[in-house]
Design a protein around this ligand. Structure first.
Ligand SMILES: Cc1cc2nc3c(=O)[nH]c(=O)nc-3n(C[C@H](O)[C@H](O)[C@H](O)COP(=O)(O)O)c2cc1C
Length: 264
């Protein structure tokens, strides 16, 4: 088999990716109180030396409401900037042409009350088969605050020396919950028809763009939710076309976490 394209460069917005080998985000459980650690840095220094064109780091939670697991990386405050900056410097020093992207994570209904110390928030108060929790429906104030958290996190990622950001919009996380008729039962402008359900991610991306301008913004999307009553690959094609108007790339995966929970 011939790999004509694998070792050819391509551009995402204004950054050059050396080859088509991308390492997707993988929560490693190595952060401490949200901080980058030596173990995490050493891990990605080795991956950079390995030759991948793009390393996606995370998920990195943008706000305490979005935190998924205790040992996750945080981008929710400037307090984390020194260690994040040290991280990107060390990875770039290991190979100066590697690109590193910060994956912005918000669990929404997938957050666990035991971890965030409060009731999770989501588009609607629909029981989550993953967190085994019924979240609180987000008020308009919650919506604005969490959108701002994504925008602030993008600014931080850029300041810290990342080359791009990616919204973790796959697997049933917050933006996916807004897009889905199964988890979004709102009757205001953020719910109802597809255009209304896409308002939260679109406004979020637009706000991020207004703060980081010429900085690549990607989106990880589930190509099909594989959850009864949620979006299928046919819906996702329409969603991708609409969200794609505001984005620099998609990273496509499949399924929500709760399809595993349903099997268990
Ligand atoms: C331990 C672990 C943690 C993961 N964490 C994330 C994550 O934070 N964000 C994300 O988008 N995907 C996450 N994933 C999914 C991976 O990015 C990837 O899609 C999955 O492992 C399938 O890889 P493959 O396409 O090489 O088979 C995680 C996977 C594993 C195994």
């Amino acid at each position: 088999m011939k790999f004509f394209k694998l070792f050819t460069a391509f551009n995402i917005r204004n950054i050059r990716i050396l080859n088509r080998i991308v390492m997707p985000a993988m929560h490693l459980g190595l952060a401490q109180n949200g901080e980058m650690t030596k173990k995490l840095t050493d891990f990605y220094v080795e991956r950079a030396k390995g030759g991948a064109g793009l390393l996606i780091i995370g998920g990195c939670y943008v706000d305490i409401y979005g935190k998924g697991l205790p040992s996750m990386i945080s981008v929710d405050s400037d307090d984390f900037l020194p260690k994040l900056t040290e991280f990107t410097e060390k990875v770039h020093r290991a190979r100066d042409d590697v690109k590193i992207c910060c994956q912005l994570y918000h669990g929404g209904a997938y957050a666990f009350p035991q971890i965030i110390g409060r009731t999770p928030i989501a588009p609607s108060a629909v029981y989550s088969n993953f967190s085994k929790t019924t979240p609180k429906e987000m008020t308009l104030e919650d919506i604005k605050r969490e959108q701002q958290a994504f925008a602030d996190a993008s600014v931080r990622a850029k300041k810290a020396g990342f080359d791009a950001v990616e919204i973790c919009g796959n697997a049933g996380y917050l933006t996916d919950q807004f897009c889905s008729p199964k988890t979004n039962k709102r009757t205001d402008k953020y719910g109802g028809d597809l255009e209304n359900r896409l308002r939260f991610p679109i406004e979020t991306i637009e706000l991020m763009r207004s703060k980081v301008e010429d900085f690549p913004i990607g989106y990880r999307i589930s190509g099909d939710d594989f959850v009864p009553g949620s979006n299928t690959y046919k819906d996702k094609l329409i969603i991708a076309n609409r969200l794609g108007e505001y984005l620099d790339y998609f990273n496509v995966t499949g399924g929500w976490h709760e399809n595993c929970a349903q099997i268990a």
